[in-house]
Design a protein around this ligand. Structure first.
Ligand code: KG4
Ligand code: ZN
Length: 359
């Protein structure tokens, strides 16, 4: 099956085509990705310091079809060769989700194709299977594995028992890790989105200048909390303004480093606890914060120490993209063809807990 994936949950319009025969024959999964096209709206939203939902929807409308056309060309396929369409049904911005869903449903109706709605986080969760690192061992043998999902809206540890069978082990009680990065960047006057800006600046920082909290690091469960960390950053910036009236570049770098160290230390400690609890031999890391170099180094260290393997999605698949939706759609339809939707009526799920998704 050739599955076309359409992602429009937030500020990236992503489309891709996945050939499910690669998964079916247990070959390295990334080889099945025939082509993808992506447009990021980051520049448009940057001046507002965050995503403006109405503008996001309009831009998805503007670019949805041209990106699909481009992706078909890259994949060497015509639209009539596509067997099914996977689209992001939620969670995300309601208007933005509706754009991708409308395109997907209209195409499926007009061309008589199979269609399946995908949970955005399930896409992220499975995207590390598209890592070229899986070369050399069979992708389907990786189950069960532990997944750390670190995106702008979620921080979760999941036990992935099989495609569609997920158990939530722990999650953030307040801010997500990505959200804490974005808020810290805003406090320091850095560009949006904050994650890449804060991690880049942290490289110029001097260690030990600030002692920031490690929320819940010693708690007995696998939950997280990052709101207190953000408040600690706010307190430090206020103190600095009171004494110096400005935030100089070295202060920003030192505080960025202290912040990144605190986030990475908490995430790594909880991952270690989760590995001990589940005895999983594979850890996969998904979501935008998974692009963070310092986090990758910390988790690689743990993997070496505990003799497990860790998989990160390729950098371009860490943030939102169509490939993860095409892939999730393909493997879910292979596992259970009955998941194809039979109705032309549609709705989207702006809020949708992933652990309720047992398919
Ligand atoms: O998964 P994603 O693209 O979108 C959501 O579904 O939320 O994640 C976006 C988040 C943002 O908070 C962004 O600041 C963060 O991922 N991010 C990073 C890095 N690149 C993106 N955080 C830390 N370091 C990075 N290099
Ligand atoms: Zn995402």
């Amino acid at each position: 099956m050739y599955i076309l994936g359409i992602e429009t949950s937030c500020d990236e319009t992503g489309v891709a085509i996945y050939d499910s025969s690669f998964w079916e024959s247990n070959q390295p999964a990334h080889l099945g990705l025939l082509g993808q096209s992506l447009y990021s709206q980051v520049k448009m939203h940057e001046i507002y310091g965050g995503v403006v939902p109405e503008l996001a929807s309009r831009d998805h409308i503007r670019l949805g079809l041209p990106l699909i056309e481009d992706c078909l060309k890259k994949s060497g396929l015509t639209i009539s060769q596509i067997d099914g369409i996977a689209y992001t049904k939620g969670p995300g911005l309601a208007g933005a989700l509706l754009v991708g869903t409308s395109i997907a449903k209209a195409m499926a109706f007009a061309l008589s194709k199979k269609i399946i709605g995908i949970h955005h986080l399930e896409g992220h969760l499975l995207s590390p299977l598209l890592s070229p690192n899986t070369e050399g061992f069979h992708t389907q043998d990786l189950f069960p594995f532990l997944a750390l999902l670190v995106s702008g809206g979620h921080t979760q540890l999941m036990l992935v028992k099989d495609i569609g069978v997920y158990e939530l082990l722990g999650e953030t009680l307040d801010d997500a890790a990505g959200e804490a990065f974005d808020k810290t960047a805003k406090l320091l006057g850095l560009s949006y989105p904050g994650g890449p800006a804060v991690s880049l600046l942290a490289k110029q920082g001097t260690p030990g200048k600030f002692n920031l909290p490690r929320p819940l690091i010693h708690s007995k469960n696998l939950d997280f909390s990052f709101a207190g960390l953000k408040t600690a950053v706010l307190t430090q910036t206020k103190l600095k303004i009171q004494t110096d009236q400005t935030l100089d570049p070295q202060f920003k770098a030192d505080l960025s480093l202290a912040f990144v160290e605190a986030v990475v230390e908490v995430l790594c400690k909880k991952v270690k606890d989760a590995i001990h609890l589940t005895k999983c031999k594979t850890l996969v890391v998904a979501g935008g914060v998974g692009a963070n170099e310092q986090l990758r180094a910390g988790l690689n260290g743990i993997a070496k120490h505990l003799d497990i393997q860790v998989l990160f999605p390729p950098l371009d698949l860490c943030t939102d993209n169509g490939a993860m939706i095409a892939f999730a759609g393909a493997v879910k339809l292979l596992k259970n063809p009955n998941l194809a939707e039979s109705t032309l009526c549609f709705d989207v799920k702006p809020r949708w807990p992933l652990d309720q998704l047992i398919t």
